[in-house]
Ligand binder design. Sequence first.
Ligand SMILES: Cc1cc2nc3c(=O)[nH]c(=O)nc-3n(C[C@H](O)[C@H](O)[C@H](O)COP(=O)(O)OP(=O)(O)OC[C@H]3O[C@@H](n4cnc5c(N)ncnc54)[C@H](O)[C@@H]3O)c2cc1C
Length: 320
Amino acid sequence: MYDLIIVGAGPTGIACGIEAVKAGLNYVIFEKGFLVNSIYHFPTNMQFFSTSMNLEIGKIPFISHQDKPTRKEALEYYRRIVQTYNLNINYNCKVDKVIPDQSIKLVQTNKGNYKAKYVVVATGFYDHARPLNVLGEDLPKVQHYYDDAHKYIGQKLAIVGGANSACDVALETWQKGADVTMVVRSKQLYQKVKYWILPNVENRIKEGSIKAFFSSSIKAIYDKEIEIETPNGLIKMENDFVLAMTGYRPDYHFLKKLGIELNGEYCEPSFNQKTLESNVAHIYLAGVILSGEKTSTLFIENTRSHGEIIVGDIICKMNK
Ligand SMILES: Cc1cc2nc3c(=O)[nH]c(=O)nc-3n(C[C@H](O)[C@H](O)[C@H](O)COP(=O)(O)OP(=O)(O)OC[C@H]3O[C@@H](n4cnc5c(N)ncnc54)[C@H](O)[C@@H]3O)c2cc1C
């Protein structure tokens, strides 16, 4: 029997673990993959848009070579935190369901069942890519995750989307020698793309180095070509790979299994704004999962205090 089970060892789950250590709780973190599994699977050469200081947790300084850290530096940082606080993490342990039984929760995992008085769900959104819902999406050449540019060199690459990830990937693959076409649903690139990336991509588009179709969407994907619906009609293009950088969403099926209510068109979960406790008593939600479909509103920077809030509330309840 644990005081607290934390689901997910991303930045948020780790922040909750640190607070559990500080409060002397008997806790465990269940992680279905590796430590900071989402960040581990981010693009290999990714640089965060946040400064390292704004990502710090547990009062541990985050030192990076530039003001904004790279993915590699972030992985090192989280490894050091886990060692420093000697966090109790059970890896390769996927939580399937939490059964509320009055005040005690039964947490069902691929490694067996565990009991806890309180549960924090910090499962993020990176595992569930938003689909394009077009013919050919299941072809192996269509990918929702990008690692590095090497396999796209000398290839005709279509990048779907116009936000941060799409712009990052377009620049990196073009610089390394891919023939890049962006297919963007809106009439321009997302204007809040990182300020040091946006003008660079816009200028590459203006000079014709990167092709771009705005107010456009992919209609069908075939082995050697794609169809794009543009304001000037349907066009066909030769194509080797499609990278759908169309974002991610929380696992709503998992949340529903836990009894969490999802509201409105953005599937926002029900929770107490002050304590982050969900509509299910003693189950808390933490990190970016709280945003529902509005995934660009929450990130590490503005959710890293969730551990303190939640563990503070749990301690209050335990002392009553
Ligand atoms: C490319 C990219 C760049 C970003 N850059 C920034 C940035 O510069 N600054 C910033 O503040 N934010 C940034 N973000 C947003 C933020 O970094 C990430 O979304 C962050 O990882 C969210 O932390 P989290 O702990 O809430 O979720 P995650 O990091 O996604 O962690 C969730 C964890 O839960 C695990 N998990 C999921 N389901 C289960 C289950 N059923 N059982 C057990 N474990 C489970 C996952 O494996 C994962 O390890 C970026 C996001 C992306 C995609």
